[in-house]
Design a binder for this molecule. Structure first.
Ligand code: HEM
Length: 106
């Protein structure tokens, strides 16, 4: 899911293709199990998984724009689109870290 969606920063640089595939599978498992589907999620919680990455508000917005565009592309009905986007929005506080302003900047 999110390698292409975090366009401003390649968070997977230095990781093997296999590690990327493993992360992608974890994300699929997480989304399926969190939405009541038949998957077991064996990964970490969202706060632990993203702590220290420094994901910005702008990157979050890009991620949401790509997610919205993909739902449109897949012709998901508007109500279900909203449900998915609301679900993702509910996780934002665990994914995005507050940016620390440089000294001297209010
Ligand atoms: C609601 C939205 C998101 C969900 C549901 C999600 C889900 C996940 C999951 C399930 C993992 C694997 C956890 C594990 O290894 O145990 C993960 C890892 C990761 N996510 Fe996300 N993610 C989201 C948003 C984002 C965004 C917006 C970015 C970057 C812009 C991002 C970057 C990463 C990175 C770099 C890792 C790997 C961390 C590591 O290897 O330590 N995620 N995410």
């Amino acid at each position: 899911m999110h390698r292409a969606r975090c366009a401003e920063h390649n968070y997977w640089k230095g990781k093997s293709e296999d590690s990327f595939r493993k992360d992608r599978q974890l994300i699929v498992d997480f989304l399926v199990s969190a939405s009541g589907g038949p998957a077991f999620y064996g990964g970490r919680d969202m706060k632990t998984s993203h702590a220290g990455l420094g994901i910005t508000e702008r990157e979050w917005q890009l991620f949401m724009e790509h997610s919205r565009a993909m739902l449109m592309h897949l012709q998901v009905a508007p109500r279900e689109q909203d449900e998915v986007l609301d679900f993702l929005t509910g996780l934002k506080a665990d994914v995005v870290q507050p940016q620390v302003a440089p000294i001297g900047v209010a």
